[in-house]
Write a protein that binds this ligand. Sequence first.
Ligand SMILES: [Zn+2]
Length: 391
Amino acid sequence: MPSYRELLRQVKTEVEEVDAAQARELLESGEPPVLVDVRERDEWSEGHIPGAVHVPRGHLESRIEQAAPDRSQPVVLYCAGGSRSAFAAKTLEELGYENVSSLAGGFTDWKRNGYPTQLPRSLDAAKRQRYSRHLLIPEVGEQGQLRLLDSRVLLIGAGGLGSPAALYLAAAGVGRIGIVDDDRVDETNLQRQIAHSTETLGDWKAESAKRTIEALNPDVEVIPYLERLTSENVDRILADGWDVIVDGADNFPTRYLVNDAAVWHGVPVVHGSIYRFEGQVTVFKPHEGPCYRCLFPQPPPPELAPSCAEGGVLGVLPGIVGSLQASETLKLALGIGESLAGRLLLFDALTTEFSEVTLRRDPDCPVCGDNPTITEYVDYVEFCQGRPAHA
Ligand SMILES: [Zn+2]
């Protein structure tokens, strides 16, 4: 039986080796090889070569096809000193890889040459635990979770739709959640607005929701805006930087403001609305799909406007629609799946039926069309009895 040293010497004569300078040249060439770091997780997390993919030696055979699906594509492997990667190169050759080399001297020699290194961002142990069910989904994974933690979502309204959306976004680890709401919690809200409770009656909804979110997930930073969205404050609030807006407002002045601001700031809006047993959800993606004004260029005339006071709703309905909004928001933040842009999803709780209507961008839209006629915010007056209500 050969000793380890003899075996290593033998393997090294059989595999191709490149030194740090050659490896760097290859990586900077027009057609760089796939660079694979075969070290353990703790070594990788202390720094690696930029552009490398991490496939620990122990998982090489099972995971290399994901990192390098094309066996004719050149692969450069490295470890700390060049021994593990030599064995790994031998393995890849046995798996049919045609152009494999091992970095002689490994990461140690790379660093000694003063070449660039990169510290990977990774989740700490507590976050790996908390988000473990996300890490198990390939479409999310560690990088997706980091993306969620970096993402910023603005909720318009902490009412029926905003409550479930806020809670699920917070639970999923969306790192920053802004909440615009100038309303206080009252008894009639608690039948559906699950971010609030009997204990927070009389409190600002945005503050009440903030407390619920912080108890659920301390990773989330909540920014409450205790104000009603107006033409005066909308630019200031959007200037705080948001990736997605979740519109849970139930009045058209706010809806138009959100729409126009989102088009001008280039932020997608996940729109939801509810009435009695019926809910609607869609995504307005500026210039990629229709906006709200493509469908309804102007608010309805006063005589056709619904009365705010009659807006009854089945308690669970906002939970369903708000959860769909959260789902659309997470997809947008992760850049996965197909959004509801250009599709209006309708839900009827009485028959438990979903249906869908195709929406098209209107080239004559007064805001996102080819020749916009509305270029400044409009403060519409709500035409209904009683104070404006959030869903
Ligand atoms: Zn439009």
